[in-house]
Design a protein. Structure first.
Lengths: 134, 605
């Protein structure tokens, strides 16, 4: 895949083995990954202008203060990031939280253990393709 | 005391005696007359010349005759008065005896007694007219044999009667009196009592036995009634004593029960509380007496609980709830498990017995356990995700080609993990249902579409097992108000069970329709069925029937529990018919109006 076309995914995930799996799988499918484990860390990565973030892979529970909703809220309230698609991939989000995420305008919500990683990445690719064609 | 006339007669005859001189008169008077006559004849013979002396002879003869006559007359005069007296007394005796006899006869007739007399030696018998009438024969005296009487004695009594008579006649018993049954002319039996007395000869040997027979049927009847009443009373007394014992036992049991027991009148006023009740609610027993049990009512109890309670107990049915909150005297509250049992007599309710206990702690523990299961299940999802994703990546050749065996093993790991994910999801659903934290979010749905999507997911298995699926959707409502996720869980469990537990080439039918103003979903198969002995357990958590456990190791044993909980919390009902090796039909009915929205933290997945 052409280097220019490589997309970057910001992964916010607190579990190390899962993070590694996601990174590897994304890499395999032509994505670069940046990993953060806290809300603060995640914001820093977004602000880091060296790489533009194309997609956010967001877990609900994160290390440190705040959770996925806080992070999504911050992103959606900042004009720089509000159009970056967010995919929430979590095992813990309740119906109330899912609704909150959807109201914030995230693209999709996945229960980790219920979905193959290939399916989620496929959806991400699909959504990015739609954006670029649009 | 007045002397009995017969006795008067006897005494008179005894004391009267034969008049003295009477016999002498009869004997001596002819002799005197004969001696006189012979003397005259002898004088004429000895002294023939005397005849010649006629005047003298005549005088002599005359003198002799006069002397003889005088002697006789004197004797008669001397004897006659005593005879007259004797005759008079005899007459008196006869009159007295007759009067006595008349009195006895009158007494006998008036008393209604039958009189009889047996000649013990000849066996001849006399039965009075009254006796015959008593036995239903012609009202006339009868001379017959003893056998006539003996043959009429009831067979069961014959031996006793015979013995009583023998003993009396032998002198072994001082009197003859016996009660027995005697057959009347019409074949009916009459209870009678015989009393009699024997006439004996000088040696004491019985000659006659005479006596009376009394009809004691009515007395017997009264006796029978009295005796049965006595028996009844005795039984009643025993019963009362037993009841008193029972009351003591039950009182002790209730007093020492650890559950709070109270008894109220139909208006709710308290008439009894046990010690557990007083310590639970903080009111003393005397303090509680007469007060209305409403004093325990707390506003924390949902009003529909009281509505349901009154509806049940007004219909004289018992009521059980675990959702009532009671308020103690000090104002604190507790969650109570309450059972109310109406005590009725006929159509009237006499009392309500309430049994209650504080289940706050139990509920807390239940909740903690369920929350633990929920939390643990959740925690399991992260490592399960790791296994899923890494095995998926190994299988997808990201990191190079696996050999055939490795690939096969990896597939097993992946499949095993999927089963684990399914189990964890089911456990989470169960804990959400148990905790009541699940949400129902109704929207307009197309039932057939949801069902078809579940069927299409199952198509690989259906095709593999070469099963047929009949769809009966003609009566299906075009729209329905329900939570699509919950409906999906219902269809998914019912249909996947049918596919899993039906043999190769089997038939499955799914029907959606409206019956009796309810939405009806019916899934039928001709599969393995559920053993009869396990029907009662089919909706229990983690239960799997023996016959399918052998055939299919997969399955969580939670599906039907979840389906039932969803159906019931949506106001519906679930039932089934099943026969082992013949198949199963599950029938679900849901309110035609649809599901009602329920707020909750978690949806079911």
């Amino acid at each position: 895949m052409d280097e220019k076309q490589r997309r970057t995914v910001l992964i916010l995930e607190d579990d190390r083995p899962l993070t590694k799996a996601v990174c590897d799988a994304l890499l395999e499918r032509g994505f670069d990954s940046i990993v953060a484990t806290t809300v603060l860390d995640g914001i820093k990565r977004l602000e880091d202008s060296k790489r533009s973030i194309d997609v956010v892979w967001l877990d609900h529970y994160l290390l440190g203060d705040g959770n996925g909703i806080d992070f999504a809220t911050k992103m959606k309230s900042d004009p720089r990031w509000k159009n970056i698609p967010i995919f929430v991939v979590s095992n813990t989000a309740s119906a109330v939280n899912v609704r909150a995420y959807l109201e914030l305008g995230i693209l999709n919500f996945y229960t980790k253990s219920d979905h193959d990683i290939a399916k989620i990445i496929g959806d991400i690719e699909h959504s990015l393709a739609e954006v670029s064609y649009a | 005391m007045e002397e009995v006339p017969l006795e008067i007669g006897r005494r008179v005859l005894r004391t009267g005696g034969t008049p003295r001189g009477g016999q002498r008169l009869l004997f001596v008077a002819p002799i005197v007359l004969l001696v006189g006559s012979l003397l005259v004849a002898w004088i004429e013979y000895r002294f023939p010349e005397i005849v010649a002396l006629a005047p003298w002879t005549t005088w002599t003869m005359l003198v002799i005759a006069v002397v003889s006559a005088t002697i006789v007359i004197l004797m008669i005069v001397y004897t006659l008065p005593s005879y007259i007296h004797f005759a008079k007394e005899g007459e008196e005796a006869i009159v007295a005896t007759a009067a006595g006899k008349e009195r006895y006869v009158n007494a006998l007739v008036g008393s209604g007694l039958g009189f009889w007399e047996y000649d013990v030696t000849s066996g001849e018998a006399f039965y009075s007219a009254h006796m015959m009438a008593m036995l239903g024969y012609t009202d006339r005296n009868k001379f017959d044999q003893m056998v006539f009487w003996y043959n009429s004695v009831h067979p069961d009594d014959a031996e006793g009667v015979k013995r009583a008579m023998e003993y009396y006649l032998d002198g072994r018993t001082p009197e003859y009196a016996i009660e027995y049954r005697l057959r009347r002319a019409n074949g009916e039996y009459l209870w009678v009592m015989d009393t009699g007395k024997a006439t004996r000869d000088r040696e004491g040997k019985p000659i006659k036995l005479s006596g009376v027979t009394e009809d004691i049927s009515s007395i017997k009847r009264v006796q029978d009634v009295l005796s049965s009443r006595t028996n009844e009373l005795e039984a009643a007394q025993e019963k009362i004593e037993e009841e008193v014992q029972n009351v003591r036992k039950f009182q002790k049991a209730v007093d020492s029960s650890t559950e709070a027991v109270s008894i109220t009148k139909p208006d709710g006023s308290i008439i009894y509380v046990n010690p557990a009740w007083t310590s639970l609610n903080g009111y003393g027993a005397t303090e509680a007496m007469g007060r209305n049990s409403r004093m325990l009512k707390s506003i924390e109890t949902r009003p529909e609980i009281f509505e349901a309670l009154w509806e049940k107990i007004s219909a004289k049915l018992s009521y059980h709830t675990e959702d009532i909150v009671n308020r103690r005297k000090d104002g604190t509250t507790y969650l109570a498990e309450l059972s109310i049992y109406p005590i009725t007599e006929g159509t009237e309710t006499l009392f309500y017995v309430s049994v209650c206990q504080d289940i706050s702690l139990r509920k807390e523990i239940d909740r903690a356990k369920t929350e633990f299961v929920s939390l643990a299940s959740h925690q399991l999802r992260t490592p399960l995700s790791a296994i899923r994703w890494y095995s998926e990546m190994l299988l997808s050749k990201y990191v190079g080609e696996l050999n055939e065996k490795q690939r096969q093993y990896m597939k097993e790991i992946y499949a095993g993990n999927l089963r684990m994910v399914e189990l964890v999801n089911a456990l989470l659903n169960v804990s959400r249902l148990d905790l009541g934290t699940f949400a129902i979010e109704p929207e307009t749905v197309n039932l057939v579409e949801i069902c078809e999507s579940v069927l299409s997911e199952l198509t690989p298995q259906i095709t593999e097992k070469n099963q047929t699926v009949e769809r009966i959707f003609a009566q299906a409502p075009s729209v329905y108000i329900a939570d699509p996720k919950l409906l999906r869980i219902i269809f998914q469990n019912l249909l996947s069970n049918s596919v899993k537990y039906t043999q190769q080439g089997g038939a499955i039918a799914i029907e959606i329709g409206v019956r009796q103003n309810s939405l009806s979903i019916r899934v039928t198969d001709n599969g393995y069925g559920i053993p009869k002995s396990q029907h009662a357990k089919i909706f229990q958590k983690l239960f799997r029937a023996d016959n399918v456990r052998q055939k299919d190791t997969e399955g969580t044993g939670l599906g039907m529990y979840i389906v039932k909980a969803i159906v019931e919390s949506s106001g519906g009902q679930i039932s089934f018919e099943s026969e082992e090796n013949h198949g199963t039909t599950f029938h679900i009915s849901l309110p035609r109006s649809g599901m009602v929205k329920k707020e909750g933290a978690k949806g079911l997945s």
